[in-house]
Every structure is written in structure tokens, then in C-alpha cells.
Design a protein around this ligand. Structure first.
Ligand code: 5RP
Length: 260
């Protein structure tokens, strides 16, 4: 089965598998959202089944919660878990300082709350998400539905005075209707092209009335695991200042792919 996976999925799986191997018995874990995070959930569930690992998991979306429950993981709300040991999540872009753009899956609000309620946050990704300058991926901004068009106008006006290349903010759609987040909010995707000063941009965006949160994760991510289709994984740890290369052997993990 694994041989038939697209190279990008093999890369995402390799990163997720490496991260799952770092999880320790008894941990309270934040589970991210997206296709890479879904691999993580499956890999963790396999460790729980095979090794009897005891984990308490806090998902960052209804989607991840449903998958985690389906896979037999113990799922609790963040307020019941308290503080978390580690959150593992995907990203849409990351730079050399491990500043991230997140929210491609629309879960940025819970993702940011869960990540910042954790001792450590680790990103799992394929190599295509690494960028020199952030901003090619449209920056998601969560806004409340009330007056969202006014919020959009204010954001576009604000962007004109900041170090970005584009100023267009588009309402994310789900078919013919506006996309709704798990909190019942909308997402504006900002076509910025290049973000010169992520910190300034993040602070400015969160000052706009109606903005709930933006998808820039600054000083939150501690480490990134970059997976490759051939099973190579690079673990870059910003805290330890180290980079380590390993290899994931796909054939050992057949169980994971059985139901795909
Ligand atoms: C969801 C996210 C995801 O982590 C991000 O979109 C990456 O997704 P994928 O792993 O499917 O590439 O931020 O809100």
C-alpha cells in the first residue's frame, strides 16, 4: 500500500512517524489538524495498540477529534487536560527562525491556543513548506461574521502601510457559502506575496476589530521534522540548535496503511 502513496504523502507520513516515535508514555499531547497531523494520529494510535502507551490527547479541531476517537486515542478538552507536554502539528510555511504560517485547514485559532498551552511545539512537514521569506501561502486570518466586510476593508487599508507585497483579502468559501471555522467564524486569506516583518504584521492584524487571530505563529514552534518521500527525516531543533538526520522504514509500518 505504501508504495502506491504519492511522494508528498510518503514525506508527510515519514515526518509524522518520526514525531510519533518521540512521544513518551504518560504524555499530554496536542494534536494538530490537516493531512500530516492525520498521519500522526494514526501513528500514535498504532503505538498505543502495540506498546500500550498511555496518552491524553487534546485535538485542535472537530476533524482531528473525530479521527483520534475513531483510532481509539483518549481525547479530552484542553481545559480538562490543563497544561500539555507537547503539541505536534503541520504547517503551511515555515522559515529559518521557525516562524510559521498556519490555518490552511481553517483551524488556526484552536491550533494556536493548544500550541501555546504546551511546553513544546513541534511541526511535522514535507520539504515544500520551507521558505526563505514567508507569504507565498495566503495568510489566514479568522474574523467574526458580524461586520466581516468592514474588518476586511480595515485589513486591506492596514496592509498598504506594512512591509508586504500584496493587500488583497479574500473571504474563504466552502462551495457557495463562506467557510465556517469550528468557532463559527470566517477566514480571510491575505495574498501578501512576501511578509517582510511577521511580528509587526501579526500585532497589527490582531488590533483590527473583528479579527480573532491570525495564522502567524511566532516564537511558538521549537522544532521541525521535515520528511522526504524516500523515508529520510531531518529533525531541526531550534532550542538545542541541532539538526539530525534519520530514516523511516516504511515496510515496518504496514498496519498504518491497511485501511487507507
Ligand atoms: C490547519 C493547518 C495545517 O497544519 C496546515 O494547513 C498543513 O496542512 P497539511 O498537513 O494538510 O499540509 O494549519 O489549519
Amino acid at each position: 500500500m505504501v508504495q502506491t502513496l504519492a511522494p508528498i504523502d510518503r514525506a508527510k507520513f515519514a515526518a509524522a512517524r518520526r514525531a510519533a516515535d518521540m512521544v513518551e508514555d504518560g504524555m499530554k499531547l496536542g494534536l494538530g489538524t490537516g493531512s500530516t497531523a492525520a498521519w500522526l494520529v494514526r501513528c500514535l494510535a498504532e503505538r498505543v495498540r502495540q506498546e500500550g502507551l498511555r496518552l491524553t490527547c487534546v485535538p485542535t479541531s472537530a476533524r482531528t477529534a473525530a479521527l483520534a476517537r475513531e483510532e481509539g486515542l483518549k481525547v479530552v478538552a484542553l481545559d480538562d487536560a490543563g497544561w500539555l507536554d507537547l503539541t505536534i502539528d503541520g504547517a503551511d510555511e515555515f522559515d529559518a527562525d521557525l516562524v510559521l504560517i498556519k490555518g490552511g485547514g481553517g483551524a488556526l485559532l484552536q491550533e494556536k491556543i493548544v500550541a501555546t498551552a504546551s511546553d513544546r511545539m513541534m511541526v511535522i512537514t514535507d520539504a515544500t513548506k520551507e521558505v526563505k521569506a514567508l507569504g507565498a501561502f495566503p495568510l489566514p486570518v479568522e474574523v467574526i461574521p458580524f461586520g466581516w466586510q468592514a474588518s476586511r476593508m480595515l485589513i486591506e487599508e492596514l496592509l498598504g502601510s506594512l512591509d508586504v507585497m500584496g493587500t488583497k483579502a479574500s473571504l474563504r468559501m466552502n462551495g457557495t457559502r463562506p467557510f465556517m471555522t469550528d468557532e463559527g467564524n470566517h477566514i480571510l486569506d491575505l495574498a501578501l506575496g512576501r511578509i517582510g516583518n511577521p511580528r509587526q504584521l501579526s500585532l497589527a492584524l490582531n488590533q483590527v476589530p473583528g479579527v480573532v487571530e491570525n495564522g502567524l505563529f511566532i516564537d511558538i514552534c521549537d522544532a521541525v521534522i521535515i520528511g522526504h518521500a524516500d523515508g529520510r527525516v531531518i529533525l531541526r531543533d531550534a532550542i538545542a540548535g541541532t539538526e539530525q538526520e534519520d530514516r523511516i522504514h516504511f515496510e515496518e509500518t504496514d498496519n498504518i496503511f491497511r485501511e487507507l
